[in-house]
Design a binder for this molecule. Structure first.
Ligand code: GCO
Ligand code: MG
Length: 405
């Protein structure tokens, strides 16, 4: 007699930032967790799950992951989109958690076992000016990181993407009543940022991976010119050079530069990136379980990407809860075409609510040995951190024109 899902609960908590988590329980008493956090729009996903998905899950066999995925994807008629796909992702992650716990093994074992010793990660070095960033890079390298992303304040501009106000924790979703408004000049950015790469390579050499995120702000021509200009600094990747929805824009970039290109943190399905991958227009695909349909769908995307020499670079900012991070790490451990994993620290409160088996050592994350995803959610503690509305910033050009954040 097969098992049945008897409870589906959505837990919203704010231990430093908001997280939405789905917890499934089976008649056999096994529980599974799935991350459903969509930064700045959390309650839309919580409602989608609570009102439309949870009732459908009760009574289903937790072992039938593929059928449940298709039931929620094909069965909704309205396909794709961040809200729908984060909801499906949460169900998928929770079902894989249950399956691996039932099998008594860490999830990566079910996905085919270890394909590497550990998951190499990159940290975020940032600062208001170049000397501050250099100090941060030094600190990451001292802690054993083998890859570092650098972001810097731009003279003449106020707050810019990727530069923390808080030195220990980066969270861009700060506006509670309305989004924070920032101002932007692509000219000022393109003029200044190569000086940062020059300073980093000058002081620390080339013996580690250097990365940078342009956060979707350049035109294809600007990105092509920029990529070419910075080739001498040998970036591991230039991330999100142009707005990600236009897949053909990347053809222009690729025709002009050998700086490797990463994109995909805002993608929800394979349909958002199949052209980028099959035409070899990118080098790294940045999808992550919570925003791209869970473990099952991300596995499908990276296996497809492997056919074209595109490697993984899963998104791992603070808005991916430890549940999503664990799912990403289990995938990273087992896939053939692993590239690099993003890793940002969660707050102590977050780590207390979501106790996790994964840990950092020697520049890598390791999944630990617990069965399933290896994450437990302390519901009582979670309830002491109520939801607080938060918006990601919006961005305008210096003349007030709405721009990409
Ligand atoms: C990254 C991302 C993040 C996003 C954030 C939005 O590369 O880590 O660009 O910083 O801005 O995840 O919610
Ligand atoms: Mg990014």
């Amino acid at each position: 007699m097969s098992d049945r899902i008897v409870d589906a609960k959505v837990i919203v908590t704010c231990p430093g930032r908001n997280f939405v988590t789905l917890k499934l329980t089976t008649a056999d008493g096994v529980t599974g967790l799935g991350d459903a956090t969509l930064n700045g729009r959390e309650l839309a996903v919580a409602t989608y799950l609570q009102e439309y998905v949870c009732p459908l899950l009760l009574g289903r066999d937790p072992a039938q992951i593929n059928d449940t995925w298709q039931y929620l994807y094909r069965g909704a008629y309205w396909r794709r989109g961040p809200v729908t796909m984060a909801s499906i992702a949460a169900v998928d992650m929770a079902l894989w958690d249950i399956k691996a716990k039932t099998a008594g093994m860490p999830l990566y074992q079910l996905l085919g076992g270890r394909a590497r010793d550990g998951v190499t990660v990159y940290g975020h070095a940032n600062g208001r000016d170049i000397p501050e960033v250099l100090d941060e890079v030094a600190a990451f390298l001292e802690r054993g990181y083998k890859a570092v992303r650098v972001q810097v304040g731009i003279p003449g501009l106020g707050a810019v993407y990727g530069v923390s106000k808080d030195r220990t924790f980066y969270e861009p979703a700060t506006g509670t009543d309305r989004p924070e408004e920032t101002r932007w000049s692509t000219e000022a950015y393109l003029h200044f940022v190569p000086q940062l790469f020059a300073a980093v390579r000058d002081r620390f050499g080339f013996d580690f991976h250097l990365l940078h995120d342009a956060h979707h702000r350049l035109t294809p021509t600007e990105a092509a010119k920029f990529g070419k200009r910075i080739e001498e600094y040998d970036l591991f990747w230039l991330e999100d050079p142009t707005p990600a929805e236009a897949q053909d824009a990347f053809r222009i970039i690729k025709q002009h530069t050998t700086t490797p290109i990463a994109v995909g943190e805002v993608f929800n399905t394979i349909w958002d990136c199949h052209q980028l991958i099959s035409e070899r227009l990118i080098d790294f695909i940045r999808v992550t379980p919570v925003h791209a349909g869970g473990v099952s769908h991300v596995k499908r995307i990276v296996e497809f990407a492997d056919l074209y020499g595109v490697r993984s670079g899963f998104h791992g900012a603070t808005d991916m809860s430890p549940v999503c991070m664990a799912a990403a790490i289990h995938l990273d451990m087992s896939i053939a075409n692993f590239g690099l994993q993003e890793y940002m620290h969660h707050t102590e409160e977050t780590n207390a609510v979501f106790r996790h088996a994964y840990y950092f050592a020697d520049g890598c994350l390791h999944p630990g040995d617990e069965p399933g995803l290896g994450v437990t959610l302390d519901e009582e503690l979670a309830a002491t951190f109520p939801y607080r509305r938060a918006y990601l910033p919006v961005n305008r050009l210096l003349d007030g024109t709405m721009f990409h954040w």
